[in-house]
Ligand binder design. Structure first.
Ligand SMILES: *[C@@H]1O[C@H](CO)[C@@H](O)[C@H](O)[C@H]1NC(C)=O
Ligand SMILES: *[C@@H]1O[C@H](CO)[C@@H](O)[C@H](O)[C@H]1NC(C)=O
Length: 429
């Protein structure tokens, strides 16, 4: 504090000296102004000064203006970016609106959401893509089939079964049950002339492969497994035409309309060969190796296979890749079982030297889409399941297919409670 005060006192003395010097300066200046009114350094100093100043201005404006231009440019760019962004948002909103109006194509909506990069949401709110976008329909693949599907399909969906004359009686029970439920969108792919004319005579929508369509020699003469390989190739065309297919074997009885019981969120939605929650939906199967002592238990994951005789498949790239992979393997390994191949392609992960398929999949409810083991081993005996009304029953576990199909119709359609009783749980070899 004291130091500061001293300095202030010193400044005030110095200040008064400065004031005196300024006063003298002004006086001398006035005298010079009186004696030399044009200045004492020559005629044009003001002009020189002017030009020097303007030179500074000129040189300063090219120096200043690139910066301003740059700034303006970047402002312009950011504005037009904002504008484009807004336009894009409006476009996206319009598309979303259209899709919402069109209704139910979750896949496309999900695609729109995922089209842009996003930050991950907060814990528990993130969802990966499982409903893949559908392919653009390509009519040129098979214009004749495209015409048929236009007529038969409902909401771009239909049941499809392949049949030759070897399965004629089962086929009759099959479409009889479909007609009884009142399902309009189903189609038989006839692999021979007899089947075609049989379907026509019963008012059943039928599509006969042309003889020149290549893959049919198998269809006419082939055994079960050969027909299975053919199935995947023919299905591909349906998907390419943009249709979702509920592929159906003919040893199946329909009790309700399956299209009222689908989720439609996955590439493949399939019935299971499983018979309870664990086997149908997957479980932790512990493998025990006592020799390993402390580490004797190895955990495995296990699931009963999907039934390749009844699945719903959406027209997406992963779906088509699946069909191609299965068809390709069946043609290269003729003794392999199509259902095993179907499951391996669907479930095995990528590993060294192998790229796994990344298709999304959903297991159908095994009480609604029921296999014949569940029916004959469990359901027909359980009082608490007697009110259960399956959507379909697939006689896949029993070789005496036709009598069991007829009994199922007798029980579930005609209400004869005893119709299933005569059959053993399994087959008696
Ligand atoms: C089996 O799974 C279904 C569907 O996920 C569930 O509702 C039911 O409670 C499960 N039953 C048992 C016995 O765990
Ligand atoms: C039906 O009852 C059996 C026992 O008789 C039981 O094990 C089973 O979990 C029950 N199922 C359902 C769906 O309630």
């Amino acid at each position: 504090m004291t130091g500061r005060r001293e300095r202030v006192a010193g400044q005030s003395i110095r200040g008064s000296r400065i004031a005196a010097a300024i006063g003298v300066g002004i006086l001398v200046g006035c005298i010079f102004a009186f004696l030399f009114p044009n200045g004492f350094l020559g005629s044009d100093p003001p002009q020189e000064h002017q030009s020097a100043k303007s030179a500074v201005q000129v040189s300063s404006s090219p120096c200043e203006s690139p910066e301003r231009v740059k700034m303006l440019k970047s402002e312009l760019i950011s504005l037009s970016e904002k504008n484009a962004e807004l336009k894009k948002q409006v476009r996206d909103l319009n598309m979303k609106l259209q899709l919402a109006e069109q209704g139910k194509d979750q896949a496309q909506k999900q695609f729109l959401v995922l089209g842009n990069q996003h930050k991950a949401g907060t814990f528990g709110t993130v969802k990966a893509l499982r409903t893949n976008p559908t392919v653009v329909p390509d009519e040129s693949v098979n214009p004749r089939l495209a015409k048929i599907l236009e007529k038969v399909a409902v909401e771009k969906e239909l049941i499809v079964a392949l049949a030759n004359s070897n399965v004629r009686e089962m086929l009759e029970v099959w479409f009889g049950s479909i007609q009884k439920v009142g399902i309009p969108n189903y189609l038989v792919v006839a692999l021979d002339d007899e089947t075609e004319s049989f379907c026509k005579s019963k008012g059943v929508p039928v599509y006969r492969r042309d003889r020149d369509e290549g893959v049919d020699s198998v269809g006419r003469s082939g055994g079960n497994h050969a027909v299975s390989g053919l199935k995947f190739r023919i299905l591909r065309e349906f998907l390419q035409l943009g249709y979702s297919i509920l592929l159906s074997d003919v040893d199946i009885v329909y009790l309700q309309n399956p299209f009222n019981h689908l989720y439609r969120d996955s590439d493949v939605e399939s019935m299971t060969d499983g018979h309870n929650n664990m086997t149908a939906y997957g479980y932790n199967d512990v493998f025990d190796e006592p020799k390993m002592g402390w580490a004797r238990y190895a955990h495995t994951i296990r699931i009963w296979v999907y039934n390749s005789g009844f699945f719903y498949i959406r027209p997406t790239i992963p779906s088509i890749e699946l069909l191609d992979r299965v068809a390709d393997r069946l043609s290269r390994q003729p003794n392999s079982w199509d259902q095993a191949v179907f499951n391996e392609e669907l479930f095995f992960p990528s590993h060294p030297g192998y790229d796994g398929l990344h298709a999304s999949k959903r297991t159908m409810d095994y009480y609604l889409f029921m296999n014949s083991k569940v029916l004959f081993k469990t359901v027909r005996k359980a009082a608490n399941l007697s009110k259960l009304k399956p959507v379909i029953i697939h006689v896949n576990y029993h070789p005496d297919k036709l009598p069991r199909m007829k009994a199922i119709v007798e029980c579930y359609v005609n209400g004869n409670q005893d119709a299933l009783k005569a059959f053993p749980d399994g087959s008696e070899w």
